[in-house]
Design a protein around this ligand. Structure first.
Ligand code: GLN
Length: 231
């Protein structure tokens, strides 16, 4: 099946900014997802066009077959498996809350009472925040871009953000003005997705290519490049 992808070209949709998985550097899309996707395409002999749309927009593009695949730090969930087919998992992740670096008033979810929490539309962070919102008495505001979420927390328009912990940790390490104070919540691993029942060759080629990159050391190299030796 994977061999059928050879020589073909595919449109791959992704998030705009989800560093270290996808972000722009000197006008070019880079990051763990971008490097892995490019290396897999090269390894399996297919070509790709990357569309940096935003997370929710990428999922919509996939659902309407305007994109052949999505790689966007996208968590493999049972709900999503109903509508998408996922590759083998390539990165373990989970959710965490972050607050402004200079905020000493929020130490646990209980301190969110009466406050606004910002999340990304269509994300697992959004589902998680919504699932505990009434218990802790906070309001959930959804926006499309990571940059907007972080700005809202720093400017005080939101008290906290729920996002994936590898992304929050990366941002904090880059001095983005946020900090984490609560525990990580498991949410499952990231996978590459195609629309259900479509692009089976692309999916198979992704899996074979991913395994090849794990075997030849390229996968580890990409992780170390963006996460340092802690990867
Ligand atoms: N991993 C999260 C999800 O799948 C967030 C992905 C993202 O924001 N790009 O919902």
């Amino acid at each position: 099946e994977a061999l059928k992808a050879k020589g073909k070209s595919f449109t791959i949709a992704t998030d705009t900014t989800f560093a270290p998985f996808e972000f722009r550097e000197g006008g070019k899309m880079v990051g763990i997802d971008m490097d892995l996707m490019n290396a897999i395409a090269k390894n399996q002999g297919f070509t790709i066009t990357i569309q940096s749309l935003g997370f929710n927009a990428a999922l919509q593009a996939l659902s309407s077959n305007q994109a052949d695949g999505v790689i966007a730090g996208m968590s493999i969930t049972d709900e999503r498996k109903q509508i998408y087919d996922f590759s083998d998992p390539y990165f373990e992740s989970g959710i965490q809350m972050a607050i402004a670096g200079n905020d000493s008033t929020i130490k646990s979810y209980k301190d969110l009472k009466g406050k606004t929490v910002v999340v990304k539309s269509g994300s697992e962070g959004e589902s998680y925040a919504k699932s505990i919102a009434s218990k802790y008495g906070f309001t959930v505001k959804s926006v499309d871009q990571s940059a907007t979420m972080y700005e809202m927390v720093k400017s005080g328009n939101a008290s906290a953000v729920f996002d994936d912990y590898p992304v929050l940790a990366y941002g904090v390490s880059q001095n983005n003005g946020l900090k984490t104070v609560t525990k990580k919540v498991p949410e499952g691993s990231y996978g590459f997705a195609v629309n259900k029942g479509r692009n089976a060759a692309l999916l198979a080629a992704f899996n074979v290519g991913l395994q090849n990159l794990k075997d030849n050391g390229k996968y580890d190299k990409v992780l170390v490049k963006y996460l340092g030796s802690s990867a």
